[in-house]
Design a protein around this ligand. Sequence first.
Ligand SMILES: Cc1ncc(C[n+]2csc(CCOP(=O)(O)OP(=O)(O)O)c2C)c(N)n1
Ligand code: SF4
Ligand SMILES: [Mg+2]
Length: 312
Amino acid sequence: MAYNFKEIMNRPERLAPGHRMCAGCGGTIAVRNVLRALHEGDKAVIGNATGCLEVSTFTYPYVAYEDSYIHNAFENAGATMSGVEGAYKALKRKGKLPEEADTKFITFGGDGGTYDIGLQSLSGAMERNHDMVYVCYDNGAYMNTGIQRSSATPMFADTTTTPVGTKSNGKPQNRKDLASIIAAHDVPYVGQTTFIKNFKDLHTKAEKAIYTPGAAFLNILAPCPRGWRYNTPDIMEICSLAVETCYWPLFEVIEGKWILNYEPKNKLPIEDWLVKQGRFKHLFKKDNEYLIEAFQNEVDRRWNELLTRVNG
Ligand SMILES: Cc1ncc(C[n+]2csc(CCOP(=O)(O)OP(=O)(O)O)c2C)c(N)n1
Ligand code: SF4
Ligand SMILES: [Mg+2]
């Protein structure tokens, strides 16, 4: 069915208001829009690794989810949901659940919980091809504990564990390319997306991820106004620039086939994205042009690698 923005946005909220995420948080936008992709009447079990999302949407005895919800430690979010999905299948096999029951299994984790601490259990769940979706809302740092760097943090970002100073230009390393790592597990579906235009890209990918049988992974760039230090209402512009500069390409890997969903007509220079964010302020100081150049080179290298996968 064609994408209908009004219809999708008018679907009942499955993440209820009253949670304690910051206003304008990208994590919340990611979750609400993934859950909107569930078809009416379908039930879901939501898993959630520790992080801003978990501590702010589940404050015992209150929970913001309209669906069943399991709070997890970082290390086992993938493993827990794979166990729940396995148990569900077994109950069906034994006739303890109706054959036509169709519950979906969705786990959310931040980048710290996904790229770093929970990677082993995510890898196991993906490799065993459980019928579940793992969604990473990637805000590029351990935001909940005070903006520490993760392996998803972009190079040169100023974080509390990579503070900019006379001897440091921020995080020295490039970010880990997790979507490629999960694609290498040969799972049926991997998608990378963010908030762009009318949310069609995110919605379409979330729906595919949820309704593709087997393991699926979604990587969603989910800006954090506190950690990135931008003007909160500018979130859509920040996401759009991430895509137009090719810092955050929109792509899918379906049954091993790489598909580019959007190619900018005029690829913008990376500084257009960097300049909007306080965490990169130092890059615009006199004599630091070489750092922006190094960042650009990394963006170009990864973009060309992606084009080779898509065209090869
Ligand atoms: C094993 C373990 N280590 C550290 C913590 C402390 N901790 C709680 S939330 C958090 C940050 C999570 O970062 P991320 O997964 O990126 O989610 P975000 O807060 O950025 O949304 C940390 C380090 C913990 N709860 N458990
Ligand atoms: S600190 Fe950042 S990630 Fe955490 S709730 Fe606030 S905006 Fe969201
Ligand atoms: Mg994070």
